[in-house]
Ligand binder design. Structure first.
Ligand code: HEC
Length: 142
């Protein structure tokens, strides 16, 4: 009887937390504001960033089904909102440096570990990190 009570309470809590739904917004991309509008971005670099970074650092997040389910939804929404604040490929700020892209990937801080666990295809090879780094060192600003 007691186990059943606990199980029912657990189900009730699991359902109740679903009521707190963070917004999942993909704001429109404005022409002229993207990183590629300001920094020359070769196709190879573009493809790496699209594959491994865009879900948290662009306005074109691909929200997976579990982003609808609390508590995962809360974590994902926070990562995307913090990620967009720090570096937004679709809303590039003067103060951002492409060198940070090299730095963060070289030390292995980006993509986030939890993301890699769910998206193994986002893992970057040494060669790809090198591609990002040599580009960032010689980046041409428009
Ligand atoms: C799962 C979401 C996620 C992915 C994928 C991701 N990032 Fe991030 N990124 C974040 C979050 C959250 C922050 C802010 C917190 C932090 O710095 O850890 C951040 C911060 C950054 C910063 C700013 C660091 C600082 O402290 O100023 C850079 C640069 C960055 N990411 C680059 C990248 C690059 C390059 C990729 C792809 C190779 C990438 N990120 C992939 C979530 C992500």
């Amino acid at each position: 009887m007691k186990t059943r009570g606990v199980a029912l309470a657990a189900v009730a809590i699991a359902l109740a937390i679903q009521l707190v739904r963070p917004a999942r917004v993909n704001p429109p991309v404005q022409a002229g504001n993207t990183m590629a509008d300001m920094v020359e971005t070769p196709l190879a670099v573009h493809q790496i960033l699209e594959r491994a970074c865009r879900d948290c650092h662009s306005h074109r997040t691909r929200w997976p089904w579990y982003s609808q389910v609390a508590p995962a939804s809360w974590l994902l929404a926070r990562h995307v909102s913090e990620g967009r604040q720090k570096m937004n490929l679709d809303d590039w700020k003067e103060e951002m440096s492409v060198k940070d892209i090299c730095q963060e990937t070289r030390v292995g801080s980006m993509p986030l570990k939890g993301y890699l666990a769910l998206h193994p295809d986002a893992k970057l090879s040494g060669q790809e990190i090198q591609t990002l780094c040599s580009w960032s060192q010689r980046a041409v600003y428009r």
